[in-house]
Design a protein around this ligand. Structure first.
Ligand code: DOR
Ligand code: ZN
Length: 369
């Protein structure tokens, strides 16, 4: 990575194009609007399969991939990395067939854990034959790591769901399937960060979102419930955020970018009968990550987190092109109006307010190899 300085302060960064190892681009009209936002910043992106119905077989995956590629026509370098949704109906044969067709990863949502997860799995231990097959064919397991209920049926607090998962189901998976590569997605707690950093499980990696590195539960409730910040797993304590910031900027090889950019219409984000979970970080993502590494005096580890660690864990080649960011206030994008779907606000947009001063870095250009 090349860092340019002006008056002793970093002013421009040039490094290998990053990828996004966790994003939601939805489908149809929303997808057409959202895919270019991702393709503008990232060379590759891992596309989550939580559509309705879930993308749970090879035919659905192939058709979805085609639609995503069509939405990215103006970005011929962009490569979606498709993921299979694991449901209670998934069979080892499905895994084998998808892997043979080049699918690298499958996503497990606990049933009802989050947006569009009702086809998820209630009893994770019933998936032993699936995990066994994945281990054999070298398919990566992507986990939404939250436990919703204790064995006695009592509900787990939203602030403890990830910690319970990290202490119960996660070790069960890792210890029974030691060769299975696992990504604990969008970690939000000190417990999860410390488990990865401890290197107890060499096949365990984690992604971290930009919003969990900058905000915490205090922001979620500052001046009233802030629906723009509501996502799952929910923002945690300041001490958790600090642990995530240390982990992300540590240079650890199995911790990497995954924006979890998750568009929802304004109507769904402000529904009085239930706010949709998901932060549409969109075009703010890179500015937010760079801000964190800059604040933590860890710019030397930025490129590993954004551009090296993800492909290495997925067994893919590193990108060979470059991106340049400059220290220049980032500007929030105006709302998008999507036909038949209403208004979508990308992160940072608030009427009458300009959050652009909050993030100091802006992408200037992408450069060929
Ligand atoms: O906040 C979230 N939104 N968490 C998820 O796991 C899913 C995502 C979505 O699809 O909107
Ligand atoms: Zn997600």
């Amino acid at each position: 990575m090349k860092i340019e300085f002006t008056e002793g302060k970093a002013s421009a960064l040039t490094f290998i194009w990053p990828d996004d190892w966790h994003t939601h681009v939805r489908d149809l009209e929303v997808m057409k609007a959202v895919v270019p936002i991702t393709a503008k910043l990232f060379r590759r992106a891992v596309i989550m399969p939580n559509l309705v119905p879930a993308v749970s077989n090879l035919n659905m995956l192939k058709a979805y991939e085609e639609r995503v590629l069509t939405a990215a026509l103006l970005y011929p370098d962009f490569q979606p990395i498709m993921t299979l949704a694991i449901t209670p109906k998934t069979t080892p044969a499905d895994i084998k067939m998808c892997r043979r067709a080049g699918i690298r990863a499958a996503k497990l949502y606990p049933a009802h854990a989050t947006t569009n997860s009702k086809e998820g799995v209630a009893h994770i231990r019933s998936l032993a034959p699936i995990f066994c097959e994945m281990e054999g064919v070298e398919m990566i397991l992507l986990l939404h790591g939250e436990t919703l209920r204790f064995p006695n049926g009592n509900r787990v607090s939203p602030f403890k769901k990830e910690t319970v998962f990290v202490q119960t189901e996660l070790p069960w998976i890792l210890e029974n399937f030691p060769k299975l590569k696992v990504v604990l997605e969008h970690i939000t707690t000190a417990e999860a960060a410390e488990l990865v950093l401890s290197n107890k499980y060499p096949n365990l990696a984690a992604t971290i979102t930009p919003h969990h590195l900058i905000y915490d539960v205090c922001d979620l409730f500052e001046g009233g419930f802030q629906s723009a910040f509501f996502c799952l797993p929910v923002l945690k304590d300041t001490s958790d955020k600090e642990a995530l910031r240390r982990a992300a900027t540590s240079g650890h090889p199995r911790i990497f970018i995954g924006t979890d950019s998750a568009p929802h219409s304004l109507a769904k984000k402000t529904d009085p009968c239930g706010c949709a979970a998901g932060v549409f970080v969109g075009s703010a993502a890179l500015s937010m990550y760079v801000q964190v590494f800059d604040e933590m005096n860890a710019l030397e580890n930025l490129e590993s987190f954004l551009s090296f660690n993800g492909p290495r864990f997925y067994g893919m080649a590193m990108n060979d092109n470059f991106i340049r960011l400059v220290r220049k206030p980032w500007r929030a994008e105006p709302p998008m109006r999507i036909s038949g779907e209403g208004e979508f606000w990308q992160f940072g947009h608030r009427p009458g307010e300009n959050m652009s001063q909050e993030f100091e870095w802006t992408m200037e250009s992408k450069l060929a190899a």
